[in-house]
Design a protein around this ligand. Structure first.
Ligand SMILES: *Cc1c(COP(=O)(O)O)cnc(C)c1O
Length: 433
């Protein structure tokens, strides 16, 4: 399988080069040159498959011969080495819990797969690979954890000082080894701008092999399809129609992976792009006009994205046909106030604790089901509520039980380097350390 750049100016590359480069030289996102179709028999008998066998079958065509089948089996098995339970919340809505990985967010799946692929590819080249990543919270922890101890790869994480939650900060600053955390005296936008400048700087790129670990990287984006298949394995045990799937969306990598799974043959009745007030895509779905916006801060901060980078992939999947896209996907805009009301009411009525991102998806799905009687669906619960304690504890009026897997974090010591929010600071740090 080869990948082309959505800007159509750069050469096509295989999975290996797409992973190492992250973004094409013409600044386009890579896209698979054809969409593999999952065997209809596999879908029909999906209940008989192990997660590991299913994952291998799905990823194999995307990876092609750049990784041997035995090694790919090992990589996918390690990637999905935790549960993906589909939990009923009420009669019509299930929650696909994607927070049982090591950093309690769905980003663990993409980060674990990408880190293992890069580790595999780095053995084939002499120069160390440096992964540079800006985070508003969840990406940093997942990437740090995923890449910890991977030989030949070093990770530099930039995060905005004072703007990530305590659990998130510990997750990204306590790894040590090949993981370095830069605490930037500025905003997430500053961090992102510094990383972008780094990829553009010829001098820096002569010294280092830089790549990004954001969802523009195909090795982070593609494996996110897997849990849509795992969800369906569980769904069909109790339901005989296809689900409506509501995805809390920011950069649109997650929902775009679900759409890819659907185009490959996975039965899905309808998708919901659930957004907070950063709603460039819901606006497009309502009007047919796409306009990026300036990002606004909300309590579901992993979705505070004004210009979702994977939206171009959604367009490409459906040949930019507004008609097809608006038949497949509905968009919803959910305010912080409604998000908090949703956390409260679902906790009271269903004894289920949502995090702010899952709550946005839940509200959007219940609105949609309200106007489409007879349908049922699931939300993707993208993070554990303990990652957002300020909001969740304020709403339910008590503290959240900390999962055992997180407790050891609190005895570790934060290690970060405080830097000014400028590219020159970043560059000199990268070159002189
Ligand atoms: C990153 C993130 C999202 C948004 O996912 P995209 O793939 O960027 O749309 C939603 N919820 C949580 C908890 C996240 O960390």
């Amino acid at each position: 399988m080869n990948y082309y750049s959505l800007n159509k100016k750069a050469a096509n590359v295989d999975f290996r080069d797409a992973t190492i480069k992250g973004q094409a030289p013409d600044k386009g996102l890579y896209f698979p040159e054809r969409i593999p179709i999952v065997d209809a028999d596999t879908i029909k008998n999906i209940g008989n498959y192990s997660k590991e066998a299913l994952a291998l079958e799905i990823m194999l065509p995307y990876v092609g011969n750049t990784i041997s089948k035995t090694d790919l089996q090992k990589i996918v098995t390690e990637t999905i080495h935790f549960p993906f339970p589909l939990v009923p919340v009420n009669n019509d809505i299930y929650s696909l819990e994607l927070f049982h990985g090591p950093t309690l967010a769905f980003k663990d799946v993409g980060a674990r797969f990408m880190s293992r692929c890069l580790g595999y590819f780095s053995t084939q080249q002499e120069k160390k690979i440096t992964v540079l990543v800006a985070t508003s919270g969840d990406t940093g922890g997942a990437v740090a954890n995923g890449f910890l101890g991977v030989e030949g790869v070093e990770v530099v994480i930039l995060y905005p000082s004072g703007k990530v939650s305590p659990v998130q900060e510990l997750q990204l600053t306590t790894c040590g080894q090949n993981i370095k955390a830069l605490e930037v005296k500025g905003s997430f936008d500053d961090c992102q701008a510094m990383v972008k400048d780094a990829f553009m700087d010829a001098d820096l790129n002569n010294h280092l092999t830089l790549t990004s670990a954001n969802s523009i990287n195909v090795a982070r984006w593609l494996p996110q399809q897997l849990y849509y298949f795992f969800a369906y394995q569980q769904w069909i045990k109790e339901n005989d129609t296809a689900p409506v799937i509501s995805v809390p969306s920011g950069n649109f990598g997650n929902i775009c992976a679900g759409l890819l799974a659907h185009v490959s043959g996975l039965p899905v009745d309808h998708f919901i792009a659930a957004c907070n007030v950063n709603d460039a895509v819901p606006e497009y779905l309502r009007t047919g006009n796409y306009q990026s916006k300036k990002a606004v801060s909300t309590i579901s901060n992993a979705m505070d994205v004004g210009s979702p980078s994977n939206f171009v992939r959604v367009l490409e999947l459906f040949q930019s046909s507004y008609q097809t896209i608006s038949e497949k996907i509905s968009g919803y805009t959910v305010s912080d106030k409604i998000t908090m009301q949703t956390i409260a009411s679902v906790y009271q009525n269903n004894h289920y604790l949502l995090d702010p991102h899952g709550a946005v998806a839940y509200y959007a799905l219940s609105e949609y089901l309200g106007s489409h009687p007879g349908k049922k669906g699931m939300i993707l619960e993208t993070a554990h509520p303990v990652k957002f304690p300020d909001t969740v504890e304020e709403v339910i009026g008590k503290s959240i039980e900390i999962p055992d897997s997180v407790k050891p974090l609190f005895s570790l010591v934060k290690k970060s380097v405080l830097i000014d929010p400028t590219f020159s600071e970043l560059k000199s740090w990268l070159l002189t350390r």
